[in-house]
Design a protein around this ligand. Structure first.
Ligand code: UD1
Ligand code: CA
Length: 505
């Protein structure tokens, strides 16, 4: 909108939050309250936007510079009231023509569409000042809209200054006002502070307009949640829930199946493709993106993740990770930052990954830790495998080639590299590089000490079971042994041509 200046008031301290964090930095739907308001403002494409900061200004300024770098910032050293704050904002803006939209920074459900509608009403009605109003069941604390018979607004009376009769008015000031700049410039220096709070009220400009005989307009917004502010954490949670309901409904209308909207939480910046299905207990957070036909949940939290088309992600906690098309994750998987799972790959139950690139069709199906690793396409990592990446001082990388088959319970001690098509035997401790196609076995030969239970655990159920089996001549379960024990039962090598215990999946 051309010739429009926006002033966002964010200098107050938000005492009722009882927080180290300034009120306007509390977030819902994955975005701070001031971030929501500035995003709505940005949709108007105004000429200038100024945010007035004061309380905890360093934190608020740093946040705005990061999220909305084009927004100017003005400092209100002492919080003398909304009228004083608007004056500081206006002079910082340098604006001299057009209209000025003033809003507070704590109405996170406000949309750009609503602001556009309101400014258009203000302009087409040719008003000196317009107020966006709402009707609320409990108007306590708000400024009340006092209308003249013709419908123009005569005054906004603050709760603390209102008479009994005025307190009964249900129509309230949302805190969002639009001004003709000439009127605002003339009104601001005329505001006084002789009121119950001793503050310069911006809302008193309405009374001045009525006295000046210029037109005022009060425009009622049906969707009152958009004008609701969060002053404490109870209201913050209620607005967070309302925002989430809106976000979830928006995605359902876009073709996403949500089985249980009540337990599905979706941040405002998340992107979902059509025919995604979300099962109960899912949180899609940050800048998460989910591709077509993916099935997410139940009980899954994805923060800043990218999930490919047709992937399945069940009971998983993941952040800053990429899950390829058709890949399968969980249940009970933990994907830490830097995990990249290729198309049709698998990260199965009780697997933790971090900074791990797992190739197409590669599988880490069970009970493993994969940190600082590259796993080639089609490789299969056996159950219980640990990538020992940390030597106590530094982290090191492990590289596993394409189509490697690693046995169960292998430890790869980084830095180490396993060539394409190689294998590692169950229980191996891999400290040295394994060439392509080789089989590496490090588990020692098995030692068998016959009669150990009878000798060392005499009198126990274990020893009794052993004695009974020996008496029957059944040394191996199910196999009746011939009279002579064979050498292989007594410390011979156990290595066959396939390493026992390699996990298939
Ligand atoms: C204000 C309005 C009230 C309206 C309500 C809507 C005034 C006098 N009253 O009341 O009519 O119904 O909002 O929520 O405007 N701020 C500053 N500097 C200051 C004082 C406030 O930047 O010196 C900022 C606050 O950070 C906040 C906003 O202005 O974002 C509103 O201030 P607040 O003190 O919350 O006003 P209310 O009493 O809620
Ligand atoms: Ca307020």
């Amino acid at each position: 909108m051309s010739d429009l200046t926006v002033i966002v008031l964010a200098a107050g301290n938000g005492k009722r939050m009882k927080s180290k964090l300034p009120k306007v930095l509390h977030s819902i739907g994955g975005r701070s309250m001031v971030g929501h308001v500035l995003t709505a403002v940005q949709a108007l494409e105004p000429d200038r936007v100024v945010t007035v900061v004061g309380h905890a200004r360093e934190q608020v300024m740093a946040h705005i510079e990061q999220t909305h770098p084009h927004v100017a910032i003005a400092v209100q050293e002492e919080q003398l009231g909304t009228g004083h704050a608007a004056r500081i904002g206006l002079s910082a803006s340098g604006a001299t023509t057009g209209d000025v939209l003033v809003l507070t920074a704590d109405t996170p459900l406000l949309t750009g569409e609503t602001l556009r509608w309101f400014v258009e009403r203000h302009r087409s009605g040719n008003r000196a000042v317009s107020i966006l109003t709402a009707e609320v069941p409990d108007p306590t604390g708000y400024g009340r809209i006092v209308r003249a018979h013709g419908g123009d607004v005569n005054a906004i009376v603050e709760d603390k200054d209102a008479t009994e009769e005025q307190r009964a008015i249900a129509e309230i000031n949302s805190g969002i006002l639009a001004f003709d700049i000439d009127f605002l410039t003339s009104a601001l220096p005329r505001l006084g502070n002789a009121n119950a709070s001793g503050e310069y009220y911006l809302t008193d400009a309405v009374k001045l307009a009525a006295e000046d005989g210029v037109r005022t307009g009060g425009y009622l917004l049906e969707d009152r949640l958009q004008t609701e502010g969060a002053n404490d954490r109870v209201q913050l949670a209620a607005l967070g829930q309302a925002l989430n309901r809106r976000t979830v409904e928006r995605w359902m209308r876009e073709g996403v199946t949500v089985i249980d909207p009540a337990t599905t939480w979706i941040h405002v910046d998340v992107e979902l493709a059509r025919d995604v299905t979300i099962l109960p207990g899912v949180q899609l957070l940050g800048a998460t993106i989910v591709g077509e036909d993916a099935l997410i949940g139940p009980d899954t939290t994805l923060t800043d993740c990218e999930v490919g088309a047709g992937a399945h992600v069940a009971r998983t906690h993941a952040s800053l990770s990429v899950i390829g098309d058709g890949a399968d994750v969980g249940p009970f998987a933990h994907l830490r930052p830097g995990t990249v799972l290729g198309a049709r790959g698998k990260i199965g139950g009780f697997v933790e990954t971090k900074n791990a690139q797992i190739g197409e069709g590669a599988k880490v199906p069970h009970l493993s830790y994969v940190g600082d690793a590259t796993i080639g396409e089609g490789a299969n990592i056996g159950a219980g495998t640990i990538f020992a990446n940390y030597d106590g001082v530094k982290k090191h990388h492990t590289s596993i080639g394409a189509h490697v088959k690693s046995g169960s319970n292998v430890t790869f001690v980084a830095p180490v590299t396993v060539g394409d098509g190689a294998g590692t035997g169950a229980g191996s401790l891999i400290r040295q590089d394994v060439p392509a196609g080789a089989m590496a076995l490090s588990a020692g030969p098995q030692r068998v000490i016959e009669g150990w239970a009878q000798a060392k655990r005499a009198g126990t159920a274990q020893a009794a079971a052993a004695e009974a089996a020996v008496a029957e001549g059944v040394l191996i379960r199910g196999e009746r042994t011939p009279g002579e024990h064979e050498a292989s039962h007594n410390g011979g090598t156990q290595i066959g041509d396939t390493p026992a215990g390699a996990t298939q999946s």
